[in-house]
Design a protein around this ligand. Structure first.
Ligand SMILES: O=C[C@H](O)[C@H](O)[C@H](O)COP(=O)(O)O
Length: 227
């Protein structure tokens, strides 16, 4: 395993320590969240009792293979703890997410969670968000027009593709990757983008993380709490 993968795993396993019996746990998506799901599957074999909700079909499939039980969203009001990855984390713990296309479900689950632990390797930590193109989920109808509107906010848009085909999210929508460069006022941009008809949600996660755990390539882990 390379150092970066090891860093992701270390952060994920640290985060999994915050999961306790009886919790409803939100399972994130991506190559870092993968390690949390693996760890929880292992702990369940040793007696841990939790119920899960997932932020993507991919994570749900993996968790089911590991025999992690699920609870329907209709039966819960709140989620105790969600553990998820991120594409960028800034000084104020604002995030860019959606590199894997799961941002909408991730945001729904994050917003319904009492705690959101973000896990990442150190390459994701930035001073200002925006080097990673911001993923925006849009409906298929009139997507060309929505791309123009997005571009009018000062970004270069790229409709996400997957093997020659347009990438389709778990919700049947497209993803546009918007290269803004440095984002100065993430909160304002978040609100403005979501006002565009055709935009379902964008990958800016403002003020949602309650803890950030960063794994470094030298094997150390940094755990940051909100004061
Ligand atoms: O849509 C995907 C999610 O937002 C992921 O959590 C994010 O892209 C980070 O993924 P990874 O841990 O694979 O870098």
């Amino acid at each position: 395993m390379d150092a970066r993968t090891e860093a992701k795993r270390a952060a994920a396993e640290k985060a999994a320590e915050y999961v306790h019996d009886g919790m409803i746990v939100g399972l994130g998506t991506g190559s870092t969240a993968y390690w949390v799901i693996q760890k929880l599957g292992e702990r369940m074999k040793n007696g841990l009792k939790i119920k899960a909700v997932a932020t993507s079909n991919q994570s749900e499939l993996l968790a089911k293979e590991l025999e992690i039980p699920f609870v329907p969203l209709s039966e819960i009001g709140e989620i105790d703890l969600t553990i998820d990855g991120a594409d960028e984390v800034d000084d104020e713990w604002n995030l860019i997410k959606g590199g894997g296309g799961a941002l909408l479900r991730e945001k729904i689950i994050a917003t319904a969670s009492k705690e959101l632990i973000i896990i990442a390797d150190e390459s994701k930590v930035v001073k200002k968000l925006g080097q990673f193109p911001l993923p925006v989920e849009i409906v298929q109808f009139g997507y060309e027009l929505t791309l123009c509107k997005l571009a009018s906010y000062g970004c270069i848009t790229h409709l996400r593709m997957q093997e020659e085909e347009r990438f389709i999210t778990d919700n049947g929508n497209y993803i546009v990757d918007c290269a803004f460069g440095q984002i100065e006022r993430a909160s304002d941009l978040h609100a403005a983008l979501n006002m565009i008809p055709g935009v379902v949600e964008n990958g800016l996660f403002i003020n949602l993380a309650t803890k950030v755990i960063i794994g470094a390539n030298d094997g150390s882990i940094k755990e940051l709490d909100r004061n």
